[in-house]
Every structure is written in C-alpha cells, then in structure tokens.
Design a protein around this ligand. Structure first.
Ligand code: KIV
Ligand code: ZN
Length: 515
C-alpha cells in the first residue's frame, strides 16, 4: 500500500511513462566513493544481488584502470546473469579493447564536451572531441558491442553542441545516449528543460546520470523521466563520487509512487541496501529515506497512536513494500499507547495500574538520550511488577557522590523516615558505590549490612541499562535477608535504588511479621 499525495497524479497526468530502465553503477561510480575498495568477492555478491532484484544494466567497472578491475568485470561477466553487464571506457580503442577483453557485450563510452573540460582537461577542440566519439562508437559497434554513449559534463555543455554530439553519436550507432550531470549542478526544472530539448533530436533512448552535489540527484533523475528519459543511472545507498549519485532505492520508489512503474523488485530493496552498506563499510544514516533505521520508526505518542490506528496517518507506504519493518521506538516522546503496544508485542502483561510507572521510567531514561530496547523494557516491566503497588516506607530525598582520581569517594544521603523525620549522613568508601551504600546504611539503620552485590548489563552497548541486585541483612530483624533490585543507566544511582528497595522490603517484612 502506498499513500501518496493526490497532487502527484494531477501534476503528472500529461507525463505517461510506461517503462524506465535502471542502470546501476554501484560497482563503478559507487566504488569511486572515497574510502571504498571492494574485494572481487564482494563485487560478485553485489552484482548477484542487483541481478536478483532485476536491475537492467550493471556497470561492473572501468576495466582499463587496473588488472584487478579487469578481473572483477570478467568474473561478473562470466556469471551470465540476466542483467546486462557493462564496462566503462573512455572514447579510445585501448579502453574499449580492455572492456572487450573482460567478456562484456555492453560498453559505456564517454568523452567530455563542456568548454571547461575541453579547455582545462582534454585541451581539444569541439571537432576533435566529436570525431573521437564517433570513432570510438563505430569501433565498438563493429565488434558487436551494445553501446551507450555519454557526453561527460553534459549539463555544462553548450546546448547546440550537445545536440550536435547526440546526433553524431546516434548516427555512429550508439543505442542509448546518457546525459551526465557530472558535477551535480543542474536543477530539476533545468533538467526537465534540457531533456525535453534533447528528446527533439535524439531518436535512441535517453538516460541520465545525476550527481548529488546539491542533494538533487533523485529529483533531477525524476525530472528527466518526466521530460522523456527512459533510463536512470543509480548507485545503491546513493554512493558515488563526492556526494554520490542518485540512490537506487529512492529512484525506484519515486518511479513506483509517481508513475506506477516497478523498475526493480522493490521488496528486495532493504536487503540489498543493507548488504551494500555492510560490504562497503558505509553505514546507512538513521534518517536515510526508504532504508534508514528511522524510515519507519515512530516515537512520539501522537504518531504512534495514529499509526497503530491506521499506518497511512504517518507513513507514505507500508515498510514491507521495500523489505523493511515498522518500529515503535520507546523514547522521551513515547506515551502509554507505544508502551502498551510494545508490551503486547512482547506478550508481557503489565496491569493498567502500573503502566504509568513504567511509562515514566521509560521517559526518565530517554531524557538522558537513551532509546529503550526490547530487552530493557522487559527488565523494567519485571522490576516494576515485582515491586507492585507497594509504597516506600523510607524515602530517598537527596543523594550526591563525590569522587575522582586521588580523592576518597564520599557520598551524602538524606532519607525521610516513616515518622517524617529526615536523616542526613556522609560516608566514605572504597569506591562511589561503596560510599553510597555506606551513607544509606548510616542514614537509615546501622544494623543493616550489605551481604551481596551483583551488577549486570541488560544488553550489549556502552549505553545499555544495568541491573543491580543487592542482598542486605538486618541484625535488628534476626539477620533476615532482603533482596532489592534496581535498573538504570547509571551504576551508582542504580545501586542506590537497589539498596533502597532492599531496605524497604526489609521494613515491609518487619511490619508484616508484627501484624
Ligand atoms: O559523472 C560522470 O560524468 C560519469 C561519467 C563516466 C559518465 O561518471
Ligand atoms: Zn558519475
């Protein structure tokens, strides 16, 4: 299910598009991302995953650059996948030969056409560039290759010359002509204008290759489609030179949402994006559209309430469409609905009377910037249920601990006793926890001794909640043992909470024994 704006249909009613091909360049432009170097094995795995999801063309590499690159392109070509396997080549026989030697039957050949590139990089005239392109295309076609041609830096090329190049390229036999926004400088409106101009002179399908320097690569690609482009170059997770290329997952969802085209198997998106993230070592930002951790996560009480009623209230489409899952996150904006929903999922039955206590604990923890995960929620729920509705007999009013290198840890505690009186005591200890427990004993009852202390982390992370279990014995109560537990993110405070719980349990038992 997809719940998009009705204005899309109104705005796009004249742009009927039935087929758009996906040309994936994760293994070529994506691998040019600073810091990424994929092994041959990883490249093969990515190619297989792209093929599996139905990508039309995979640009497997730039064979002329190295032996290793050739080996990777050759290995991928040998897989005989359904996707067409393409090698990149400058407009030279040497580059085209290198691609052919890898066994590909599709090449993407390019030459720069903007005056900036002609003057400062190629030091060639427009006429020289044109003949070089024609010669390369004819050479590749004469060897039976499918040829896609690009005017590099097309979006900064003089329009008349660009049209001249397109006509020359198609006359030479290019079967697709790609329009690279090499430096990511065009706007969606300008891309729409440019492609609609090029469509007038280009008989073969037009493709676009958009870089993301202004964060507009996907918008520019979709604008090009509106104007008549029938192929889009993409990289998984928006990888690529500098700020990257148009992201496969975003373009694919844009084509589906706005034109009803399922260019690839959308349900594989989540898996493919995670695999590429893992193999490239480039983490997916939490707020990455479509596949980020937060893409289908809801925390605020109002949103969770809405989504639990009907997902369309706060979701553009159901996560399962792209192989993702909805997540209700417990954080500082969470309300009772979120906590109850999570408890139901975990099959934990917390009585309604204790729910506000649990919601408050979640919020308190979240105030410190912590997200409460499932294991931690279970531990908190257990802890609160074990305590039940029991009121504290001795209440902790104030607590401070002073510690540091070369300083004897000292804790000061103020407690309110059952009769309303206040006791304050400062004590030292061999560590902050020891000092805190000594101060509590001093303030409450010297006859209490600490018999056992256990600390464990509930989950693995450095900000995970810890659980402290304390066993005390009270010689004024026949040496009976009482257990107290605390759960929290701060070890000292959680130890204090556990000790106070044990003390209160002890006093409740004394009362029960009396009655
Ligand atoms: O960005 C670009 O211009 C390219 C070319 C090789 C098409 O990647
Ligand atoms: Zn590029």
């Amino acid at each position: 299910m997809i719940y998009i704006s009705q204005f899309n249909q109104l705005a796009l009613r004249d742009a009927a598009v039935s087929e758009v091909k996906i040309f994936d360049t994760t293994l070529r432009d994506g691998e040019q991302t600073p810091g990424i170097a994929l092994s041959l094995r990883d490249k093969v795995r990515i190619a297989e995953a792209l093929d599996e999801m139905g990508v039309h063309v995979i640009e497997a590499g730039f064979p002329t650059i190295s032996e290793g690159e050739q080996q990777a392109v050759r290995s991928i070509a040998e897989l005989k996948l359904d996707s067409r396997i393409c090698g990149l080549a400058r407009s030279t026989r040497k580059d085209i030969d290198a691609a052919m030697a890898c066994g590909v039957d599709y090449i993407h050949t390019f030459i720069a056409t903007s005056d900036i590139h002609l003057k400062y990089k190629l030091k060639m005239s427009r006429e020289e560039v044109k003949s070089r392109a024609i010669e390369a295309i004819e050479y590749a076609r004469s060897h039976g290759l499918t040829v896609e041609f690009s005017c590099e830096d097309a979006t900064r090329t003089d329009l008349d010359f660009l049209k001249e190049m397109h006509i020359a390229a198609q006359d030479a036999g290019a079967q697709t002509i790609n329009v690279p926004d090499t430096v990511g400088v065009i706007s969606p409106a300008a891309m729409e204008y440019l492609v609609s101009e090029l469509v007038k002179v280009t008989k073969v399908p037009i493709s676009v290759h958009c870089h993301n320097d202004f964060g507009l690569a996907v918008a520019n690609s979709l604008a090009a489609v509106r104007a008549g482009a029938r192929q889009v170059h993409v990289c998984v997770n928006g990888l690529g030179e500098r700020s990257g290329n148009a992201a496969l997952e975003e373009v694919a969802m844009g084509l589906f949402a706005y034109h009803g085209i399922e260019a690839v198997d959308l349900s594989q998106i989540g898996q493919v994006c995670r695999t590429v993230s893992r193999l490239t070592g480039y983490p997916l930002p939490n707020n990455k559209p479509i596949v980020g951790k937060n893409a289908f996560a809801h925390e605020s009480g109002i949103h969770v309430h809405g989504v639990l009623g009907n997902a369309s209230t706060y979701e553009a489409f159901v996560p399962e469409l792209v192989g993702m899952h909805r997540q209700i996150v417990l954080g500082k904006h969470s309300g009772a609905h979120s906590v109850r929903d999570k408890l139901d999922q975990l099959k934990i039955d917390v009585p309604e009377s204790l729910l506000p206590v649990l919601v408050n604990r979640v919020k308190e923890l979240a105030e410190t910037g912590k997200e409460v995960d499932d294991a931690e929620l279970m531990a908190l729920a257990d802890h609160i249920m074990a305590r039940g509705d029991r009121q504290d007999i001795v209440k902790l009013k104030e607590f401070a601990v002073f510690t540091g290198k070369g300083i004897t840890p000292t804790a000061t505690v103020t407690v309110e006793m059952e009769d309303g009186s206040s006791n304050t005591r400062s004590m030292t200890g061999i560590g902050p926890v020891d000092a805190a427990i000594n101060a509590i004993r001093g303030a409450v009852n010297e006859s209490i001794i600490l018999d056992e202390y256990r600390l464990s982390a509930i989950t693995g992370g450095s900000d995970s909640l810890c659980e402290v279990t304390v066993v005390i014995k009270d010689s004024s109560n026949g040496g009976k043992a009482s257990v107290g537990k605390g759960i929290g993110s701060d070890i000292v405070q959680t130890s204090v909470e556990a000790t106070m719980n044990a003390i209160n349990r002890n006093y409740h038992r004394i009362k029960e024994d009396r009655n």
